[in-house]
Design a protein around this ligand. Sequence first.
Ligand code: ACO
Length: 316
Amino acid sequence: MSFRILGTGSCLPARILTNNELSEILDTSDEWISQRVGIKERRICTTETTADLAYGAATAALEKSGISPECLDMIICATVSSDSAAPSLACAVQAMLGARCPAMDVNAACSGFIYALETAAGFFARGAKNILVIGAERLSGLVDWSDRSTAVIFGDGAGAMVLGEGNSYISSKLFARGNSSVLSIPSHRGSSPFYEHDADTPFIHMNGQETYKFAVNAMCKDLSDVVSAAGLAMADINWVVPHQANARIIDASAAKLGIPQERCLKNIERVGNTSAASIPILTDELLRSGKLRDGEYIAMCSFGAGLTSAACIIKV
Ligand code: ACO
């Protein structure tokens, strides 16, 4: 027994930040960002916390699924930008929902949502009936707003899925290769006078070109692996839901795999890169668009700091 999707939801902060606005505070331009990354605008928190976004996505997913918070057996949040190191984001959402189930966070950076789905599948194998899985990020709090190479890429948002018993999760793959030189977000070092490491800036650090190479390779290999593990061919996949890191990464990978553009979904132009939230936000848009038909196959794939990557096939 694995799971099926009972309902999805998403929540974006109200404030839209356009490339033109960014070019007023950074040495950048709408043309550079659109061409190199594929983003026109992103959403940025002003008053919303990560927990507010996660709660907004969760309530929408619960409403769609018809499941009440008391019926949840577990809440799993994928995030790198929780409001606090402890309690977890999942515990904050559990309190806001008035749920009573266990709750915990998963950190696999941008691959976090698929890692959380895999974790949920393990709980279904042990008898869970309903699990809420959320990806939520407030990356605007982790960006160095004087660094034009990263500040233009990231956005804030949350997406959620309510999962119930079923057999929709038909193949999956998780990958990790420890390496902090390509992508990292150092934590605050604290104020211990005894700690001898140099202080590092607690912002997103990215080697763009190495990230690009890792991402295209990971997306091509992981998608091929989960498609063949499911006994399918790439042509059988109706919808590809890739992590929205960068439109060029998505387009290059889709071209290498022979996936037609109309089946490889993107919302990065409007939403930016929301790390662990990007796959559930895009899946929610797909489900609410009415385009998805019963029996269709969705392939999800992601890659991020760790380095991590992950992919899965869901039959709806
Ligand atoms: N606006 C204008 N110019 C910029 C900007 C900006 N926002 N950022 C960098 N530049 C400049 C650089 O300073 C450099 O100028 P120089 O030639 O005078 O030195 C020039 O643009 C080219 O810089 P590169 O870093 O070589 O640019 P590149 O062509 O590699 O593009 C990019 C950078 C878009 C980040 C690219 O490497 C890329 O797509 N990498 C993938 C990174 C990514 O997608 N990360 C997503 C987040 S991680 C994740 O989700 C897993």
